[in-house]
Design a protein. Sequence first.
Length: 82
Amino acid sequence: MKFTANIFWWNTAIEQIAPIHEAVVLTYLKLFGIAVGLMINFHIAILKDGIRRYIWKEKKEFTAAAAEARRDHGKAEKNPDA
């Protein structure tokens, strides 16, 4: 694993990339706030076939109505009788 210029890349040597491997890359992107990630699999005959690019785009709601709805939802969870 390495971080360079807001790009995360993960070097690996596995026969086939499974969904858990993709989930790991996306989790690192989300946790560290990085937008672009690369997974490079060296267990393949042609290296360019082993490179996958992932993009994490966090959904942000900038409206006042969305912020207020979130606050109201949090209050309802804390006090279910209200």
